[in-house]
Design a protein around this ligand. Structure first.
Ligand SMILES: O=C(O)CCC(=O)C(=O)O
Ligand SMILES: [Fe+2]
Length: 381
């Protein structure tokens, strides 16, 4: 999925919504069953993610990230977990660069096992999730795609920032991020409208309604920046409820990330295989024959707490995927993937919200039913 060549002007304007990442035929996507929506189950947060010895105090529970763009407030991490995450990585990263254009740094693990388990339970319980659907043309045929995993996203590209008012709530953790408000131009500080409907209006504002990275994920973002020397302004979260959830081969090579993007990718929960394969070599114009067979490949069985930094020429030359798992491996208790990225221009913000939040309903983990439930129905019950 190499990006098409674009002019500089096009590069700095809002691109048309890019490609969906899924390349499975639609019948595969349709096989993903709609989650059974429980109207009786309560979605009130029971904090079932806590490990007994580090149960949050009442004060900790009062500390939450709030923002008009959030469907509900998102609690801060329990103090002990926050401290564990702010510690330097449990192991130094191992460079993997033994194949052409491959440049990885593999922390195995980055987060210790108990902290990774607790973070998994916390994020699954506390974040809003979406099952995004969209229509595309595939080989000339209109195709409906149902993203085969749960997704959510937070962040804003480099051209803008969230206005800060430096208010910190009583009982907040020692180093709270300032309360974050309106979206403003990074250079001028002028307010930028969000949630714009018409194409014309999106020249001045965002179609998307960007969400600030909540404190619980910002702690990990800051730790990752310190450990890698890279900067990140976006946080994408995938939840693979079982082996039936997946992500097909793709590259995160969008132009809005710039030419050599660094992407930090965390795994929490069940172990899943992360497959990488080299892109087929490009043909010179006029060159006859097939594209040739890509030679390079790699399999990393990512465990809870592991982090892979993909950098340099990796996205330009390699694809990656989390394939489905069937049979006895299918019911694995679930896996969360968190990626930190740096989007340079507005097109990145529009793309990420379109494909990771979309226009459908909000879901939240239902601890009693042990599945995602529709938020709106749970609140009514
Ligand atoms: O779940 C993973 O490890 C990979 C996720 C991924 O490739 C993506 O979100 O772009
Ligand atoms: Fe990816």
């Amino acid at each position: 999925m190499a990006s098409k060549k674009r002019t500089i002007d096009a590069y700095f304007s809002i691109p048309k919504a890019k490609k969906p990442r899924e390349s499975e035929p639609s019948f595969l996507d349709e096989k993903i069953t709609t989650p059974v929506i429980k109207t009786t189950g309560s979605l009130i947060n029971t904090n079932d993610y806590t490990i007994k010895s580090t149960a949050p105090t009442r004060i900790e529970l009062q500390s939450r990230s709030t923002h008009p763009s959030y469907p509900f407030p998102i609690p801060h991490l329990p103090n002990a977990l926050e401290t564990a995450i702010l510690d330097p990585p449990a192991r130094v990263g191992r460079a993997i660069a033994d194949q052409p254009d491959l440049d990885l740094l593999y922390f195995k693990p980055y987060i210790s096992q108990p902290a990774a388990r607790q973070l998994f339970e916390f994020l699954r319980s506390e974040l809003p999730f979406y099952r995004v659907e969209y229509d595309i043309m595939r080989g000339g045929t209109p195709t409906h795609i149902r993203t085969p995993r749960w997704t959510t996203v937070f962040g804003l590209d480099e051209t803008a920032r969230f206005e800060t008012n430096h208010f910190s709530a009583p009982g907040s953790t020692p180093d709270p991020p300032p309360q974050q408000g309106n979206v403003v131009d990074a250079r001028t500080g002028e307010p930028i409208p969000v949630g714009m409907q018409s194409e014309q209006k999106t020249q001045t504002g965002y179609k998307a309604t960007p969400r600030p990275i909540p404190h619980c994920l910002d702690v990990l973002r800051r730790s990752t920046e310190a450990a890698t020397g890279c900067q990140f302004n976006f946080c994408l979260v995938n939840y693979y409820a079982s082996g039936a959830d997946s992500i097909s081969f793709h590259s995160d090579d969008e132009q809005f990330l710039g030419p050599l993007p660094a992407i930090a990718s965390f795994s929490l929960g069940a172990r899943r295989d992360f497959l990488m394969k080299q892109k087929p070599p490009k043909l010179e114009p006029g060159q006859a024959g097939s594209n040739g067979t890509p030679k390079g490949s790699l399999k990393l069985p990512l465990g809870s707490g592991d982090m892979v930094l993909m950098r340099g020429r990796t996205q330009a030359n390699w694809q990656h995927s989390i394939p489905k798992r069937t049979g006895k491996n299918e019911w694995d208790g679930g896996r969360i993937n968190i990626t930190f990225r740096r989007a340079l221009v507005r097109g990145g913000t529009e793309n990420y919200y379109q494909y990771n939040v979309g226009g459908g309903p909000v879901y939240k983990w239902n601890a009693a039913a042990k599945e995602m439930g529709l938020l709106i129905q749970a609140l009514k019950s």
